[in-house]
Design a protein around this ligand. Structure first.
Ligand code: T5A
Length: 208
């Protein structure tokens, strides 16, 4: 059995972690070995970068520093976790990856998409997700869910226009890369979301 690299994307509180746990459970039940990880993060160094990026205290990184920190964490994560797992034939289910960079640092912060594409090539070579699951949700509902869950991080302190740009950025990537992207309506009840995810999983397994 060959490994697959699946990423889960979406705005704040869209249900990515919930979807990740569900997908991992279903794949394991079908006999696959699964690695669940996240970005920024996934290794001790990359988690330290995550802490720096999300923390509200201390000096906030300027936009370019934020972009480079995200890719520094990604380089470490790819080399230490993602590539070794894929080489072993495991399925890697990653909560956010480079599509988040295009949406947050590109569409929302306004950094040039060509610069992000260059860093993508430099850091990842040819590595791209086999499938991207976009949990699409209005920022108003997503932020209400995130608030209900607990304290907000630095990215969760932005205004609603920022999250509107994030959502538009994701939807525009989905339109440009239809073979890679699947959009899930994350405003549905959890059982309906799970049904949609089950269909996607069946589809991936039928191509295994
Ligand atoms: N970032 C990241 C960048 O700027 N650039 C990058 O390149 C990368 C990789 C990381 C931050 O870093 C930024 C973007 C992010 O702001 P994060 O913790 O990964 O932060 O992202 P968050 O969106 O903050 O993660 P959350 O944990 O808040 O949201 P999730 O994982 O989308 O949502 P989840 O599953 O925890 O669910 C949230 C709540 O909603 C409930 C859950 O039970 C939970 O309480 N819920 C539902 N409720 C009703 N109906 C449903 N269908 C529900 N599904 C879940």
């Amino acid at each position: 059995m060959s490994g697959r690299f699946i990423t889960i994307e979406g705005g704040e509180g869209a249900g990515k972690s919930t979807a990740q746990a569900y997908i991992a459970k279903k794949l394991e039940q079908s006999g696959h070995s699964v690695v669940c990880t996240r970005e920024p993060g996934g290794t001790p160094l990359a988690e330290a970068i995550r802490h720096t990026l999300l923390n509200l205290e201390g000096e906030a990184p300027i936009e370019m520093a934020e972009l480079l920190l995200v890719f520094a964490a990604r380089a470490q994560h790819l080399a230490k976790v993602i590539e070794p797992a894929l080489e072993k034939g495991q399925w890697v289910i990653c909560d956010r990856f480079t599509d988040a960079t295009f949406a947050y640092q590109g569409a929302a912060r306004g950094l040039p998409l060509e610069a992000i594409s260059k860093l993508e090539r430099l850091v990842q070579g040819e590595r791209r997700p086999h499938a991207v699951v976009l949990m699409d949700l209005s920022p108003e509902i997503g932020m209400a869910r995130a608030r209900a869950r607990g304290a907000l991080d630095r990215f969760e302190q932005e205004d609603i226009a920022f999250y509107d740009r994030v959502r538009a950025g994701y939807l525009s990537r989905a339109k440009a890369l239809p073979a890679q992207y699947s959009i899930v309506d994350a405003s549905q009840r959890l059982d309906a979301v799970r049904q949609d995810l089950s269909q996607l999983i069946d589809d991936w397994l039928s191509h295994d």
